[in-house]
Design a protein. Structure first.
Length: 497
């Protein structure tokens, strides 16, 4: 193997702690940092949202340069990702373009929850800058071997690389959620600087629109998903969202690698957000976190009642309607609910109403709060994830590490990471949670009643907690699989092995 390190540009629309709306932000933080520890020269590229350049203590590494003909030139800043893995100094490039990125609201939506009107251009610029890194000249004097793209926001990067005769980098794209595809009007083709020759079925065209994600899938050298089961599921009409035919055709370059978690940040023994620490051998701190959680969420202090938790986007995909459909029946049992999330305004209103109608039994916080999310993981007893589809999911892994047993539907990464509690799995010591098959209320209710029955058997409950907390979902193993895939992506097998 050559002494020259493998160079990977990890291109993302969000990365913790600079910008985060979901699991992509967590993955974008820990995976590049772990790759750096494996000897890879991994660097991040992201948009310059408000405050990001200041947080990375960025310095300009380029003057202004043109990206798309109808937009003002951009500038590139470089700094270090804060709060990365211990000992990691992950370089991060930030695109400075105030007209596109410096605005109040989130990375994708405004303060009213509406998509930014110019998202097509905002993320075309991100993709184009990524492709410029992979061109013959590179940027900042650095040229990656691999440009690793993530979701539709970076999907045009493989397209730009494919049509650049000077491009040297190979492209990899990860699908974190196939439901979001970045579909826009074909009238944007000239503004995007794409040739009309790529606007067809074998290209970026998707039912008369430009599809950023389809373009990324079609032109990339490798396609990744975030779990083995999801890689299989997306080749079917139920989960393929119209792209299943393309994915079947691409199955030889499609791989599923289960995400890991940041074991340094999500560790009940050292978690900086927790008022009390604990580990698999001593759960006293978990009981204290439960007490504090009950106070924080204005629940009655009932240490022996099971606390059921939900931390999620309040959407149909996440099965929130399934929980709402059985919550009144569940509240006939001696238990409490805590909910943290935002999304569908109707779901938000229903949860607020439940909290008002069941004071001391239901606690709801609309929005997102990182500290509260950690406290809920530590203080709850059961964590609900009845998703209709879930490419990977991270909260079930956080929950197991914190001794909070997950209740999940058998889909995607949930199927790959949670072992259902059955008489056999209890006997052989492999049980780590509770799993049901179909996305309907009756199966979810039956699964939850099974979980509550086990909760009443403290010895059996403790055995499942012990096995769940011992599971290793750290990034070390997953990152090694990514490295293998990078090295197997021609032509770098010849260069690096």
């Amino acid at each position: 193997m050559s002494e020259e390190p493998l160079r990977v540009l990890y291109v993302t629309s969000e990365v913790y702690p600079l910008a985060k709306t979901g699991g992509l932000g967590d993955v974008s933080s820990i995976l590049p940092s772990t790759l750096c520890q494996l000897g890879v020269d991994a660097r991040l590229l992201m948009p310059g949202y408000s405050g990001v350049i200041e947080r990375i203590e960025g310095c300009p590494v380029t003057g202004s340069f043109p990206v798309l003909s109808d937009l003002e030139p951009v500038q590139l800043f470089r700094g270090i990702l804060p709060e990365a893995a211990p000992g990691a100094l992950t370089p991060v490039y930030v695109i400075y373009c105030p007209a596109l990125y410096e605005r109040s609201g989130g990375p994708y939506v405004d303060e009213n929850g509406h998509d930014w009107f110019d998202n097509a251009l905002r993320f075309a610029v991100l993709s184009k800058v990524a492709a410029l890194f992979g061109s013959g000249a590179g940027l900042d004097g650095w040229r990656p071997h691999i440009v690793h793209c993530n979701d539709w926001q970076t999907g045009l990067a493989p397209v730009y690389l494919a049509y650049d005769p000077q491009a040297r980098a190979r492209s990899v794209i990860s699908i974190h959620n196939l439901a979001f595809q970045g579909n826009f009007s074909p009238d944007l083709m000239p503004a995007l600087g794409l040739p009309w020759s790529c606007f067809h079925h074998h290209g970026v065209e998707f039912y008369g629109h430009i599809s950023y994600l389809k373009g990324g899938l079609y032109y990339s050298d490798r396609i990744l998903t975030v779990s083995r089961s999801y890689a299989i599921e997306i080749q079917t009409p139920e989960f393929g969202f119209g792209l299943e035919g393309l994915l079947v055709d691409c199955r030889d370059r499609l791989t599923g690698i289960l995400n890991g978690i940041d074991a340094s940040r999500w560790n009940p023994g050292t978690d900086l957000y927790l008022p009390a620490h604990y580990d698999v051998d001593d759960l006293y701190g978990k009981a204290e976190n439960k007490r504090i959680l009950q106070v924080r969420m204005m629940l009655d202090f009932e240490p022996d009642l099971p606390v059921l938790a939900l931390v999620t986007r309040l959407t149909y995909q996440k099965g929130v309607d399934l929980i709402l459909g059985i919550v009144e029946e569940l509240l006939e049992q001696p238990l409490q609910f805590v909910v943290l999330g935002s999304g569908d305004k109707n779901y938000e209103a229903q949860w607020r109403a439940l909290a008002e109608n069941h004071p001391g039994r239901v606690g709801v916080a609309v929005g997102y709060n990182e500290e509260l999310a950690h406290l809920i993981e530590a203080g709850a007893d059961l964590f609900l994830m009845p998703s209709r589809f879930e490419p990977c999911g991270l909260n079930q892994m956080y929950s197991m590490r914190y001794g909070t047993l997950p209740v999940v539907r058998r889909t995607g990464g949930l199927a790959d990471s949670v072992v259902d509690t059955t008489p056999r799995s209890l006997l052989d010591g492999t049980a780590t949670g509770f799993v049901f098959e179909n996305a309907n209320r009756s199966e979810l209710l039956a699964c939850l009643l099974r979980a509550l029955l086990l909760y009443s058997d403290r010895s059996a409950w403790r055995r499942v907690q012990y096995q769940a907390m011992r599971c290793d979902f750290s990034w070390a193993s997953s990152a090694a699989h990514y490295l293998e895939l990078y090295l197997a992506t021609d032509p770098f097998r010849r260069i690096l092995l």
